[in-house]
Design a binder for this molecule. Sequence first.
Ligand SMILES: *Cc1c(COP(=O)(O)O)cnc(C)c1O
Length: 370
Amino acid sequence: MVVALTRPTRITISQAAVTHNTQIVRDATHAKMIFLALKANAYGFGLIEMGHAAVNAGVDGIGVAVLDEALALREAGIEVPIMIMGLVPARYAQIMAENNIMATISDLTWLQTAKQHLAGTHPLLINVGVDTGMGRIGVRSREQLIELIDYLAQNQKWFTYQGIMTHFSEADSLDNDYFHYQLANWHALTDGLPMPPMVHMANSGAAMYHADEIPTEVVRVGTVLYGVEPSRGEVLPDDYLKPVLGLESELVFVKQMPANVGISYSHKYYTHEGEWIGTVPIGYGDGISRTLQGFEVLVNGQKAPIVGQIAMDQLMVSLPSEMPVGTKVTFIGKNGALENTLEAFSTHAGLAPWVITTSLQERIKRELID
Ligand SMILES: *Cc1c(COP(=O)(O)O)cnc(C)c1O
C-alpha cells in the first residue's frame, strides 16, 4: 500500500481529544485499566498513530482483532498490555507468548492445541471469552467454563489465567432488556467460579450507560474514546466527548464555468452561469462513498456541496465564490465557525460512522495533531 504523502489530503488525529475522552471514561467508570479497541486500523483512524495517541493519553492497554495488529504495535515500540479480542489460530501461541500478547479463547481444544505449540519459555496470557448472548465467540455453558478454568489451573507452566470477558450486543440501546438478560446470564455462568485479575465486559455503551451495574475495573472501549456517543447523541450532553478524527484536503484546481456544463461521470450535475467549481484530490478510492454527493464540505468557513459523481481519486465542489488553489477543504472537522461532524458525514452517506471510517484507505496519510 502506497501512502500518498505528497497529496494534500489527510486524516488528522487530535491528541487533545483522545486525552479528553480518556479522562471522561476514567471519570465515568473509575476504571483502573482502560483498554482502547484499535482493531481494523483503529476503526480506520490509523493503527500506529492512534496507538501512540492512546499511550500519550494514559490508556492502559490496547485491544485488537488479529495478531498482526498486535505485532505491528509491538514493532512500533508500544509496550502496554495488548489483548486480541478475536480468535487467533492456536498454532501462533508461542508468538503471542513471546510478545506478551493476551489471547482470547472459546474452548478447551484451543488450549490443548496451543500447548503443543508452546515452548514453555513464557506462559501465554489467556482471556476466557464467555458468550452471554452475543452469539459470536465464547464459552456458552458453566460446565465447559469449569473445565477450562481447571485446565488452566493444571497447566500454569504454559498458561496464565489473566482475564475473563463477555460482550454485550445491545449495551448502546436505550431499551435495556437484552442488556439485563445478558448480565443475568453472566452471573449464572460465572458466579462462584475462580476469577482472574481482569474481569471485563464494558464496551463503550456499557461503560457510559451501565457503569454502576457491572464490574468496570477493566473496560474495553473504542467508540467513546474516538469521540462518538454510542447511542448517537441521545443520552450524553453535547460537547461532552471531543471528536478525534478530522478529514481534510485542499483545492487543487479552480475554474469558472458557463451554464449547463455537465460535471464528472454520467453528468449527474449541470453548472449554472458563472459557477465556481473546485477540484479536490480525494475520491471513492480513498473510501469516500459515492452517496456523499451533495454533502456540504467546508471551505473558507463556508459550505460547498460536492457536485457530480465522486470519481476514484477526485471530486468536485461548487464554491460560493472564487478561491485560490491551496484553500483548505474540510470534510470532517472545524473550518472557521462551522463544523462537520463524523455523525453528519455518515448520516449523509447513509452508513454507520465506523463503516465510513474503516473504509478510509491506508493511502490517506494520518497525522497526529495538537
Ligand atoms: C470493538 C470491541 C470493543 C469496543 O467497542 P465500542 O463499542 O467501540 O466501545 C469492546 N470489546 C470487543 C470484544 C470489541 O470487539
